[in-house]
Structure formats: structure tokens, C-alpha cells
Design a protein around this ligand. Sequence first.
Ligand SMILES: Cc1cc2nc3c(=O)[nH]c(=O)nc-3n(C[C@H](O)[C@H](O)[C@H](O)COP(=O)(O)OP(=O)(O)OC[C@H]3O[C@@H](n4cnc5c(N)ncnc54)[C@H](O)[C@@H]3O)c2cc1C
Length: 459
Amino acid sequence: MISPTTLSKIENIIGKKNLFTSQEDRICYAYDATNLFYLPDAVAIPGTAEEIDAIMQLANQEKFPVTPRGAGTGMTGGALAVNGGLVLVLTRLNRILEIDTENLIAVVEPGVITGDLQKEVEKIGLFYPPDPSSLKFSTMGGNVAECAGGARAVKYGVTKDYIIGLEVILPTSGIISTGVRTRKGVVGYDLTKLFVGSEGTLGIITRIILKLLPLPEARKTLLAIFDRLDTAMQTVSGIISARIIPAALEFMDQTAISCVEDYLPPGLPREAGALLLIEVDGRKEAVESEADTIYQLCKKMGARNIQTAGDESEAALLWQARRAVSPALFKLRPHKISEDIVVPRNRIAEMVSQAKTIGTENDLIVLCFGHAGDGNIHINIMIDREDRAEVNRAQRAKEQIFRAAVELGGTLSGEHGIGITKSPFLGLELNPLAVETMKKIKAALDPNNILNPGKVFPY
Ligand SMILES: Cc1cc2nc3c(=O)[nH]c(=O)nc-3n(C[C@H](O)[C@H](O)[C@H](O)COP(=O)(O)OP(=O)(O)OC[C@H]3O[C@@H](n4cnc5c(N)ncnc54)[C@H](O)[C@@H]3O)c2cc1C
């Protein structure tokens, strides 16, 4: 527990109105998108990097844990105060400080909502591509800490591909700047890359310098329905082999299609094996020609139905089914275990089939959708948390799915990170020396284990 004396010291740093200690307030910061629950001792919402620095100094003196938090939309429990202590919310640091149109960079604070940044830069013909589905509410700080990605990753990459510099408060206190404001820069170790994806365990990000691109001139969206998942995935390979990298190449399996049909319904054939949602962007003429090639390819591969959006509103309708999957699947069971493994693109059908078999063998509903273009599959195991036997079967299935992903040459997580929900499985992918090396980096930066303890590593 943080003592009352320490709480009053925190209050002196950030002001009374920015420290929350009542049960009601603490409950609001006790969960994230995992729906797990860990009540912090207190919640601080500082307004400057200097205040955060002073808190970290105090935390090291008085030895209380500090858990950084953005919008709390993380899927692996990263923002949960698993050892109690202080939750440090970054949402007051929410300014877009600069958009440099000559050098195509922006400088933002961590509490900026990703979608807000995108809207601002798009107003002046620029583009920040990383597009987690949570972009309307997740923060840039959270995106950097998790190295968030989205549908556009297949063509444009993920958060780490855009972050060129950071301001970070170290776990033992002290403010450092990493990286550059230029396109190139190789002075010393690449600390920027170290902090991106470090899940709030190595430092608190207080400023972000990122690259921007010119906004693509045109965009075209297609939706193709296939009888079989493997045919859909062969079509994905066909598109890439035709030297087209779509801006998005998403898929849904039969269970996901049927589930969305119960929820909206968008008028999809329930028994269809798979759906592909494909978007191309770029110069107008190139987009038209690529969309036509993709249409012909889907037809040749035997797609039973192909729709092409004529304008933005039609495109939004085509995206509707894909965007509705996450809320729709709660029609099946009240809770889900949502994983985001990645396998090589040409092993997706195999992975989905293995996940389904694992589901059947464990008497569970398993459905798959996600980013076919980069092999990132959202595998959802549907459960009722009240049903202990079902939860145990789901935990077993989850491990079997992780093992299958690694055996297929894949990885445990493409976007959501490790946090607490995947930490027991780290050893399935990383060898003991790699884990030890990571632990040494953590210990070197955070010798008192103050910043976000209990995350990433199996303890
Ligand atoms: C409906 C839904 C859809 C989603 N879709 C996607 C998706 O498509 N792609 C994807 O990648 N993720 C997705 N996510 C997961 C989540 O939105 C991302 O991980 C996001 O980056 C988290 O941002 P946040 O601001 O909510 O961070 P939080 O959940 O608050 O924190 C996440 C982690 O970042 C750390 N952190 C937060 N801010 C800072 C900071 N300033 N400095 C240091 N550490 C910090 C926290 O300690 C924690 O470990 C989705 C989540 C939901 C609920």
C-alpha cells in the first residue's frame, strides 16, 4: 500500500485534483480490454514530463510500483496494476505539438488519440498509416508502447516503422531523448526501437516524433466471398504474386461470417467458407488497374460473389461486416480469449484449420478473422468466465494454438504484446538466453523493479 505520507507527496507534485484515491475512482482504472481486475492504491494524472520524473524519483525512494496507462484498451493486461501501487495516466499530455509539412514529421504527446492525429494530418494531405481498430480511442503512447498495428500493416507497416524519436522518463527518473528528427541517424544504440513495444516496462514515453507520408490520392475496396478458406488464402497469395500489395487484405472465417450475420445482418451467405476484404490505394490510375486485376483474380479463383465499392460510403458498407466481428462474437458466449498470433502468409489456412480442430477437441467455439495480408490471425476462443471447466479447457486450447503457431514458423503476438496474459508462454518462442538478455535490460534500467512490474516475463 502507498502510505498516506507518500500520497501527500504525490499530491504536492501534481496537485490535489489530479490524484485519485477513492474506491470509485480507482475502480475506473482497475481494468483494461482483458476485463481482468486489479485495484491500484491510487491513480495519478500528471500534466508534464517533469511531474512524471518527480513521481518516478519518489517511487524509487519509497519503493511503490508505477503502472503507465493510456486509454486502457490493451488486450494483454499491460496497464493493470498487478502489484498495486500507482496507476499513472498519460491522457492529460494530449497535444499535437507540431506537424512539419516540409520534413514530413509530427511531434505529439502520448495522450493524443491516434485517430485524432490521423484526422489532423489528413486535413493537410498527409498520412499516418498505423491503424489499430481501436484508433478512435487508443492513445499514441499506448500504440508506441505496444507497437500497435492494423489492417494497413500489410503495405505500410506498424507503429515502429514510423517512430523516429522519443522523449522518455527512465524508471529510476531522468528524462532522455532518443532518435532523431531526420530521415537518417545512427548515433549510438537505437534506443527508440528499444522503447517501442516495451509495454511500459522500460520507460514512460512523454513525447513522440513520427514520420508522415503523403496521403494516397485514391482508394478502392472490394469484398469477395469464397466457398472455402483455403481458396481464399490461395487468392491472397495470388494477389501478392501479381506484385500488388493492397493497403488492406482482411479475412473472416465461416464462424465469423455467420456470427456477424446474426448481429447486423449485412446479407452475407452464412455457409460461405471465407470472406476477403481487399483495399488498394495510391495514384488513381494504378488503383483502378490493381482493383481490376484483383477482381479478375478472385473470379478466376472461383469467388462466388465479388462486390466493388464505387465510393467512400459504399466502401464503408463493405467494411461494416469486418468491423462488426468483435462486438458480434459476444452473441456466441459472454467472454472471449482473443489472441493475435502471426504465421507466414502461406500457412494461414493450415493455422486456421488447426485452431478449429483444437477448438473442437476441447469442446470450444473458436473463430478466426484478421489480417490475411500479413498472416496476423485474431483467434477468438469464446467462453463463459463463470464456467470454470470451460475456462480451463480454453487455457489448454490457447497453449495448443501458441504451439501450433510457433511450429508453423510464426509468433505469439503480432500487435497486442505479451503483458500478463501471454507471459507464461514466452519460452515457447524465445530461448532461455534471449529471455535472460531481456531481463538484464529491464534490471539495468529499472533495478528496483518499480515500472510496470509483473509484465512480459513469467515470474
Ligand atoms: C476494440 C479493440 C480493438 C483493438 N484493435 C487493435 C488493433 O487492431 N491493433 C492493435 O495493435 N491493437 C488493438 N487493440 C489493442 C489496444 O488498443 C492497443 O494495444 C493500443 O495500442 C493500446 O493503447 P492504450 O492507449 O489503450 O494503452 P493502454 O491499454 O492504456 O496501455 C497499453 C500498454 O502501454 C503502456 N503505456 C501506455 N501509455 C504509455 C506511455 N505513455 N509510456 C509508456 N508506456 C505506456 C501501458 O503500461 C501498457 O503496458 C484493440 C483493442 C480494443 C479494445
